[in-house]
Design a protein around this ligand. Structure first.
Ligand code: 13P
Ligand code: SF4
Length: 351
């Protein structure tokens, strides 16, 4: 039962001591989240992974996060993902052959190496980070996208941004780029479905990718809630659509959302557009201050892959480490890792 699983995790963790560190993303379910030594958004967890001394970095998050931990840690450290099926559907919306093809097709219209900085959202495979490393590009997260794109434009006049069109569009809009100069590249169409003229005038080429969780939030949800809560405030993650971000009072990473709501005065009311496990935990943490926190969608939409990490798997992962077996290790091949590290280090230097 739940209490027994909790006790198993505590026992194994205590027995491993400093040999293992548990990192937990804010979307993790409470029964897992409470065992993490560090919590954070993607950027904070990337930094935490790079700073760890432990032999084992147990990542309660999704696959690309454990890959980043492997890339940024030392070769003798092992990055563990308690469930190997915990992926990210958005990360799967751009793969290496598609991006390589886009680069080659763009090269028929413009001088890509001189004109385009490739920028990948951290929600992507290590191979795509390596692509960015090799082509003078970088990585961003939801909390540093603005700084990173600013840096990208300091290198070359255009950016190819993948896989999340919404984060790219929202960030470009904040930098003052008109929407018409941010066309969407559809990898299933020749030349991304764009005309050479659209490509020549583009400032950011957005990739046709999105998060299936955040796309559920709709402007109508905000309108309805505002009618009932005229004093309330709306906060959303930048993976939500442009319209939802525009209608929100604040937009930012998971950590930004937590900090902003926690810092608001007692009695505040918030409508929150991000994953439900974060929202439920936040609501219970601020209830004592008489704050209300509501989830933006009337439908329960959670990140089913984040949810794959359950207490049973966490317990089993820790127990196998104790027994001398390193299971569910995420290992990026050394060449890809070196190229991806280049891109990640450029990101860490500007953020
Ligand atoms: P954060 O970087 O804000 O934690 O977001 C990660 C993520 O996957 C959001 O869906
Ligand atoms: Fe990926 Fe969306 Fe889940 Fe974040 S919430 S890990 S972007 S599927």
């Amino acid at each position: 039962d739940a209490a027994e699983l909790d006790a198993r995790i505590r026992r194994a963790k205590a027995a491993l001591g400093k040999r293992a560190v548990i990192l937990g993303h804010h979307y993790q379910r409470e029964e897992v989240y409470r065992h993490a030594d560090f919590h954070g958004d993607s950027l904070q967890l990337s930094r935490a992974a790079a700073e760890q001394e432990a032999e084992f970095i147990v990542f309660c998050g999704v696959h690309f996060m454990a890959e980043v931990a492997d890339i940024l840690s030392r070769p003798e450290q092992a990055s563990i993902l308690p469930d190997l099926n915990a992926g990210c559907s958005m990360a799967d919306m751009a793969d290496m052959p598609q991006v390589q093809r886009a680069w080659e097709e763009l090269a028929t219209v413009i001088d890509v190496e001189q004109e385009v900085t490739p920028v990948t959202y951290v929600n992507s495979s290590a191979a795509l980070k390596a692509f960015c490393g090799v082509h003078g590009g970088t990585v961003c997260t939801s909390s540093n996208a603005r700084k990173v794109l600013d840096w990208a434009f300091g290198q070359r006049p255009k950016a190819l941004f993948f896989p999340d069109q919404h984060l790219g569009r929202w960030t470009g809009y904040q930098l003052g780029i008109p929407l018409r100069d941010m066309p969407v590249w559809d990898p299933s169409l020749p030349l991304g479905g764009l005309t050479p003229e659209e490509i020549r005038r583009a400032r950011i080429l957005l990739w046709k990718g999105h998060c299936s969780v955040h796309q559920m939030f709709q402007p109508a949800h905000i309108e309805r809630w505002r009618r009932e809560h005229p004093q309330g405030q709306v906060i959303a993650h930048p993976e939500a659509s442009f319209e939802v971000c525009q209608m929100s009072d604040a937009v930012g990473s998971t950590d930004f959302i937590l900090r902003t709501v926690k810092a608001s005065p007692p009695g505040s009311a918030w409508l929150v557009g991000t994953e439900i496990n974060l929202v439920t935990r936040l609501a219970s943490e601020v209830r004592a201050e008489d704050k209300t926190v509501e989830f933006m969608s009337p439908m329960v939409c959670m990140c089913s892959t984040m949810f794959r990490i359950d207490p049973e798997q966490l317990a089993c992962s820790l127990e196998s480490l104790l027994a001398g077996q390193v299971v569910n290790r995420i290992q990026v091949d050394p060449e890809t890792a070196a190229q991806a590290r280049l891109a990640l280090e450029r990101m860490l230097a500007v953020s």
